[in-house]
Every structure is written in C-alpha cells, then in structure tokens.
Design a protein around this ligand. Sequence first.
Ligand SMILES: Cc1cc2nc3c(=O)[nH]c(=O)nc-3n(C[C@H](O)[C@H](O)[C@H](O)COP(=O)(O)OP(=O)(O)OC[C@H]3O[C@@H](n4cnc5c(N)ncnc54)[C@H](O)[C@@H]3O)c2cc1C
Length: 334
Amino acid sequence: MPVVKDFFIALSNNKFMNESAKKMGPALGAKKVVAGVDIDSTIDTVERLNMRGISCTLDNLGEFVTTRHEALEAQQNIVEIMRRNYNANIDAHVSIKLTQLGINIDKEFAYKNTREILLKAHEYGNTFVNIDAEKYEDLVGITETLDRLKGEFKNVGTVIQAYLYDAMNIMNKYQDVRLRLVKGAYKEGPNVAFQTKEEIDSNYIKLIEHRLLTSNAFTSIATHDHNIINHVKQFVKDHHISNDQFEFQMLYGFRTDYAYELAGEGYNFTMYVPFGEDWFGYFMRRLAERPQNLNLILLDIFNKKNKEKIAVGAGIIGAASLLAIGASKLFKKN
Ligand SMILES: Cc1cc2nc3c(=O)[nH]c(=O)nc-3n(C[C@H](O)[C@H](O)[C@H](O)COP(=O)(O)OP(=O)(O)OC[C@H]3O[C@@H](n4cnc5c(N)ncnc54)[C@H](O)[C@@H]3O)c2cc1C
C-alpha cells in the first residue's frame, strides 16, 4: 500500500517526532526491534545470539545529525561499542551511517571520523566496519568516502540497494570489497529507482547471482524474504558456491525463528542489531516496509498503562488505517 508506506517514511523524516520519541524512550513496540538504549543490554543481546551461532552487526541509532559535536559523539559511541565488544570477546562488528558521522556537514570531516573508526576497529581485533546505504542524495558522498578508505583498509565494506537502476554498476565497482545486498529502504523517485516490488525483487536476484558468480569477496544477503532466501539456497547448490562465500542477514526482532533455522542449517548468519535512544526513524522505516509490523505497536499499547504512549501509538495506527482506507477507495474508484 504505497500511501501507507509514504506516511511512515514521512514520519521517519520528521525531526520533531524523532526528538519527542527520543525523550520517551523506546516505546510503541520498538523494544522488540531495538536491542536496548545502552551498551550493556546490547552486549547481552549479542551474547544470546552468538550462543545460537549468529554473529551481529551493531548499529548505533542516530538521525538528523546537524552539528560537529553530535557527529563526534556518535563516533565516540561507535568506538566505545567496538572496545566493549573486543573486551567481552563477542562475535560482533559495527554498521555505521555516514550522515551520522557528519557527511552532510563536511565530507572531509566525515571521512576523518570514519577513518578513526577503522583505525580503532583494527586495534580492537581487526573487525569489519560496514558503511550502510542511505538516501540516494547521500550515495555519491558514501562511495567517494569508501573509495578513499578501501585502499588503506581491508575491513571496510558497504551496501548495494537493488531498487536503484544503477545498482549493478555500483556493485561491480566493488568486486573486491565485502558487500551487503538489500532491496532498499528509503523512498526514491522513478528517476533513479524501480518502483514496483516485482522489478525490485527481479533486480535483487540478478545482483545476488551475478555477485556470487563473479566476486571472491564476501557477500551478505540481507532480506527477510523466504522466496529470495530459498532461491539463493538452490542457486548456491546448483553452482557449487561454498557457504564461506556468503551469509544471510536479518534485522533484529524480525523472523527470529527463521534466522535460528538458517543458522542451524549451517549457513553463516548475521543479525543487524540497532541500539540507542534514537529509535523512531528506524522503527518507522520498518513499518513502511511492512505495515503488518503495526502489530508490534498494537501488542505494546494494549500492555501499557502510560496514556501518552497509548495516545501516540493509537494516533499512528489510526492515521495509517485512515490512509489505507482512503487509498483503497481511491483505487476502487479508478
Ligand atoms: C540486515 C539488514 C540490513 C539492511 N541495511 C540496509 C541499508 O544499509 N540500507 C537500506 O536502504 N536498507 C537496508 N535494509 C533494509 C532493506 O533494504 C529492506 O528495506 C528490508 O529488508 C525489507 O525488505 P525484505 O528484503 O526483507 O523483503 P520485503 O520485500 O519487505 O518482504 C518480502 C516478503 O518477505 C516476507 N516477510 C518480510 N518480512 C517479514 C516478517 N517480518 N515476517 C514474516 N514474513 C516477512 C513477506 O512474505 C514479504 O512479502 C537492511 C535490511 C536488512 C535485513
């Protein structure tokens, strides 16, 4: 339902809502998809997942970074979680967002912040650092930063969004770099991105197959889509591609039993684990991808006594339902 998707994407971009939600603490069901606000609870979550044979990539949540101070604070949080991971001897690396490290303030500043994280990652067990893909308007900045860093560091990689027309070209530029392949989470226009699920899924499969056949670098296939996962399982079998070449990834809190099943079958598996106070934008993007995730909110508001949370949660559900009803009437008319 594109109207509902647009609604949640608009909420994810709303600075006022993000700030208010931060003060509220993870609510409306967000606790199910965010590991915790602090490092201790995040490390507990990683330990639990490690025991099931699942590695983790940790995302220090943070949207709307507009000052150098905020970017440096984010960088320090990321370095601190790497240090704590190393000391706790757990199987986890970090996923970072260059907007959080100041790319929209000053590219050189963001590059230096990212380089510092990579130097520390080297010091703390030479762990991998993934640069997440964000909005299309940030793509050039992200690839330029990666291009500067990948010569110096081997432990850095990024994400390819299958909804972009140019995804194959971007992916092929990074043959030797570890990559995560995803469908894409933001709202992009028809000038740059496929708009239908069929087109995106088809391009996603093309990318996965091409990458697994042509690159020796490690590939993460990040999806909750059982059709894609089944396709990959058959494809690697048919083409004798070793399990060491790739892994599956999912987001924390979604299809957990399925994640355990895949790890139990012997596939490498990494869970993307977000933590921190800035949960709202991340959570709204998850609702945009799959409006059924609203059930997380419903479960939470029926269990909560806090009136403010009930009001906000009910407001979001009400608005989304009205939009859905309005859109379906419109489609019927046409
Ligand atoms: C680990 C990870 C990292 C990511 N990193 C990025 C990034 O850096 N940049 C970016 O733009 N995007 C990122 N994404 C988000 C990604 O781009 C997609 O928006 C998101 O994964 C939703 O697409 P999907 O492939 O899971 O399948 P969808 O197209 O959302 O779902 C396909 C089908 O799978 C099934 N399904 C999906 N979810 C569930 C569920 N919870 N329960 C039951 N069935 C379900 C349903 O049958 C559904 O129709 C990441 C995703 C993951 C998993």
